[in-house]
Design a protein around this ligand. Sequence first.
Ligand code: 3H9
Length: 699
Amino acid sequence: MTAEYKVHGNVAVITLANPPVNGLGLSTRQGIVDGLEQANADGAVKSIVITGAGGAFSGGADIKEFGTDKAMQEPNLNSVIAAIENSDKPVVAAIHSVAMGGGLELALGCHYRVAAPGCSVALPEVKLGILPGAGGTQRLPRVIGVEPALNMIVSGEAIKSEMLAMLPGQKLFDKLVDSPEALAAEALAFAQSVADVRPMPLVRNLPCKHPEGDAYFQFARNMVKGMSKNFPAPAKCVDAVEAATKKKFADGLATEREIFINLMWTAESRSLRHLFLAERAASKIPDVPSDTPKRDIKAVAVIGAGTMGGGIAMNFLNAGIPVKMLEMKQEALDRGIATIRKNYEAQVAKKKLKQDKYEQRMALLSTTLSYDDLKDADLVIEAVFEEIGVKEAVFKQLDAVMKPGAILASNTSTLDVNKIANFTQRPQDVVGLHFFSPANVMKLLEVVRGAATAKDVLATVMAMAKKIKKTAVVSGVCDGFIGNRMIEQYSRQAGFLLDEGCTPAQVDKAVEKFGFAMGPFRMGDLAGNDIGWAIRKRRAIEQPGMKYSKTADLLCEKGRYGQKTGAGWYDYVPGKRDAIPNAEVVKMIEDHRASLGITPRKISDEEIVQRLVFSLVNEAAYILEEGIANKASDIDVVYIFGYGFPVHRGGPLNYANEVGLFNVVQAMKRFAKNPLDDAAFWKPAPLLAKLAAEGKNFQ
Ligand code: 3H9
């Protein structure tokens, strides 16, 4: 049982004990009901306290149980809350640290609530594509008011208990104690003080009204519409809270339940729940146990003060870690510092950063022209020109000066990390840290594990990633690692679409309608088309038979590298990012098509999206099979956090699972028959073919 029962004097204490966050799984729910029964049957017990062990009151329903029989099995959470409401003796929730989702709903079902300061209180279900399904939408408005409650439910954001306690007229907390340490004793004393109060108060009996309900809920609907284009849950939260104001409690609860169950089965909710677990699973490396010792990272060095180096440095400054930046010339350092300042000043101007915080961060930054000055850093990250000879020179110098045990990292996005490691006498200390541009903004960090990378180095950089608020995913060594290796196939396919009849704008529009932040051509313009050009030149030598569309090369030959040159697949006005279609580019594509003797055909949005997304899926299957990625969900995390893949689709492999791998393979077979495409391209990877044949999913 994952709830403990103890009696202190005449108060029974039920302690939720289901680490890590006291999720309300079946055995915990059963434990609460058993505890209530025992307390009610014991004549010596006058009142009951429910609290949570460890670092949470409760994080809510057990997310890992969703989709299994246990989630629906009695006692479900509504039945547990009914048992509390029907208890003969008063039940007091003693809330601390985290009271979220079903955890808060459980507390709202209690007769009284005593809270510690510093507790994060939230109904975050909307972030999982659902809404509170155990009375949260009906009870929270009754204790803090309709508008504050709807704001919390629609945003899912946590608010500290001490802030909520200040809401005028709030009935959420009967008492806010002075400190978390005081909670246990004060909750016991409170429970004793209310032991004889009858009738016992119930949140369900409080009134729930909004003076201008119709106008307010219309306004709220308009607000959430803009915010939640691809997600049904926020609008449904408005419906449920409106029901709380217009229906009897029991009917409102039934409305909430019905919406909850319907939302639970949506693809959007499945995707969000998948991502919640995937993001947390990404930090776990199968052969690196969580208790692996970690090295201290107290000082960081960054080689290169360009856009990438500066962005990387900012992550550490933001986390309060001193950074020393090295460049070959003072002018380069000055430029780098000026860019960092400009970035921070923009944040100050937008009121996202306080002036004193900005100054504190800049005070942590120092510069040098000499490798000798880096010797005390615990971690050094190289962000220099992407050329193996340049990396060799850097790593040989680092090897000569860095203290023993320092971690030597490369920000390479394509080069062989094993080769780089072997430029040093300490390959075990070398790792790839592939930040994504802009490095101070993008959440993804690909951690590239070399053949010799030590386990404690991996454990250290994964922990460090969390500290600098990155989502880290481990990749093995291969050309392009997980993300760029897949994007190369996606870009090849985008080129074939142009040859066959599409314009860049048509492809981008279809992909953006599917939900990508940016279509492939706008993305190319942002990243720089010359990067893909360089890769294709390299491929022409390494894999001479590989089929490519020539359009992107023709574009680069015109100097249209993208936003940085003001012209790429589209035109750009200085200072703006709007992509303006260019007639000459369209003509260039048409002429090239004609030179190949191709008669253009109209290609549907569905075909465009399938060809692009399934090209990602097939390459991902190779990546999984080769062990470059540890698990399918890691690949989804890479694509969501690094490549703008639509969140509501849950990543390329989650999406493929939703479509059904059988259907994916069928589509690929159709595409392979297209003479203008590349039959070899569409040969299903062995893992994909096997899973599809066995009716299984990517795991
Ligand atoms: C709900 O309640 C539905 C009801 O309305 C209706 C029911 C009928 N369950 O984030 P962290 C695990 S829906 C199971 O890294 P932090 C998490 O997977 C639920 N496990 O830590 C991870 O496990 P592992 C509504 C959970 O300190 C570990 O805890 N509730 C749950 O940065 C640490 O997580 C939510 O949506 C859970 N509910 O943040 C709350 N929550 O170590 C979602 C966490 O194996 N949770 N885990 O990888 C959070 O927001 C954060 O996890 C929390 C801790 C703030 C609690």
